[in-house]
Design a binder for this molecule. Structure first.
Ligand SMILES: Cc1cc2nc3c(=O)[nH]c(=O)nc-3n(C[C@H](O)[C@H](O)[C@H](O)COP(=O)(O)OP(=O)(O)OC[C@H]3O[C@@H](n4cnc5c(N)ncnc54)[C@H](O)[C@@H]3O)c2cc1C
Length: 346
């Protein structure tokens, strides 16, 4: 465990927002995490756990202690049919995929290049190109910080849903994810359901080809946070009633829609924003990305408040035109901890 000299958060969030914390410390083990938590509680500090900072927006300076989860370790076990991989929450998600690739362990290639830490992956059930974290998860380990009790939930118990899990609800405050368990079948099956991957033939495609295709698509579509601050998709794809989806489809036949369940349909939020002619629209230092309307960017000197104002503008325009109320995927962090993102922009 260590306490950082710096109190700057700019390099610790992919939006590259200039904000500070009173203290920043690093937890490298469960013991150090618990000790840092206890110390902050005794000092009456607000506490924020942070992984790679790729799904947060600092709306102001954080008045408290930020604890960076850097619990490392990758342990691979095998059964006849599967690889069972236990991974420390502080490992980097993409580096885990490349590490496993080197050992010829496949199954995560569709999720390549998603920024952030392994421990954050279950929280919003990360997903891309036809696969979600829940498809590869065996269990999630976390601790109740007040008592130090370790808890393991099986994938089924995590209540995974679209960009959602039990870690955004029942186990949100006062808990820290410390490790995840993944299960990858030894008999590799390609997942080619996502449009652009359907060009491959199931019989011949290799994991490397999918990995490369996913990386290429992501690099061509999404701004690189090291060059242009952003937090990926700013809003979730809204899930709407079949009636509303049909009404929109009749007016806009090219509206991308995906069946969600028997009563609802998922609509591409980026398309909705684009229909409002908002690509390139900016407020202060924040702008809607010119290539991908779902991504809000920091042009260089955006404040958290610029991004909030822009998100509110986008929210209102989409609501006026489509009667759909977008919900941020990004978590808003105020001076004492997470704040309600929908309340901030509506
Ligand atoms: C360019 C770009 C592309 C992206 N593409 C995708 C995509 O395709 N699919 C997708 O699903 N997401 C995507 N994202 C979002 C992001 O990468 C994921 O949400 C990722 O899992 C966040 O990980 P993180 O470690 O950066 O989380 P952070 O931003 O550090 O934290 C996110 C939240 O989790 C909490 N938290 C962090 N660690 C812990 C812990 N150990 N225990 C308890 N709580 C914790 C934090 O307090 C915060 O509320 C993208 C982001 C960017 C910048």
């Amino acid at each position: 465990m260590s306490v950082c000299q710096s109190t700057q958060l700019k390099t610790l969030n992919t939006f590259c927002i200039s904000a500070s914390a009173d203290y920043i410390s690093i937890a490298i083990s469960i013991e150090s995490l618990l000790a840092l938590w206890q110390e902050a509680i005794e000092k009456n500090h607000s506490i924020l756990l942070l992984g790679g900072g790729s799904n947060v927006l600092f709306t102001e300076n954080f008045k408290g202690t930020v604890i960076l989860n850097r619990i490392l370790g990758i342990n691979v076990q095998e059964s006849d049919i599967a690889w069972h991989i236990h991974v420390g929450a502080g490992e980097n998600w993409h580096e885990l995929i490349t590490y496993l690739f080197k050992q010829q362990i496949y199954g995560l290639e569709n999720l390549a290049l998603i920024p952030g830490n392994v421990g954050s992956a279950p929280i919003q059930n990360i997903g891309a190109y036809g696969i979600e974290f829940k498809h590869v998860c065996e269990y999630v380990d976390f601790v109740e910080l007040k008592t130090g009790n370790s808890i393991r939930l099986t994938a089924n118990e995590c209540q995974f849903a679209y960009r959602d899990s039990i870690f955004k609800h029942q186990y949100k405050d006062g808990y820290a994810i410390t490790a995840v368990g993944l299960c990858l079948n030894k008999k590799w099956e390609p997942i080619l359901t996502y449009g652009a991957l359907a060009q491959f033939s199931r019989e011949n495609v290799t994991p490397k080809q999918i990995f490369d295709a996913v990386c290429e698509m992501r690099q061509s579509k999404l701004p690189d946070p090291t060059l242009m601050g952003n937090a990926g998709s700013f809003f979730k794809n809204p899930i709407v009633s079949i009636e509303l989806a049909c009404k929109i489809k009749s007016e806009y036949p090219d509206c991308p829609q995906y069946p969600y369940n028997e009563q609802s349909v998922k609509i591409a939020a980026g398309w909705l924003i684009d229909q409002c002619q908002l690509k390139g629209y900016s407020i202060g230092g924040a702008a809607v990305h010119t290539k991908q309307a779902l991504v809000l960017i920091n042009k260089g000197n955006a404040t958290g408040q610029d991004v909030v104002a822009l998100a509110a503008y986008v929210y209102n325009k989409v609501a006026e035109k489509f009667n759909i109320f977008l919900e941020p995927e990004v978590r808003f962090i105020g001076s004492k901890g997470e704040i309600d993102a929908v309340e901030c922009i509506s």
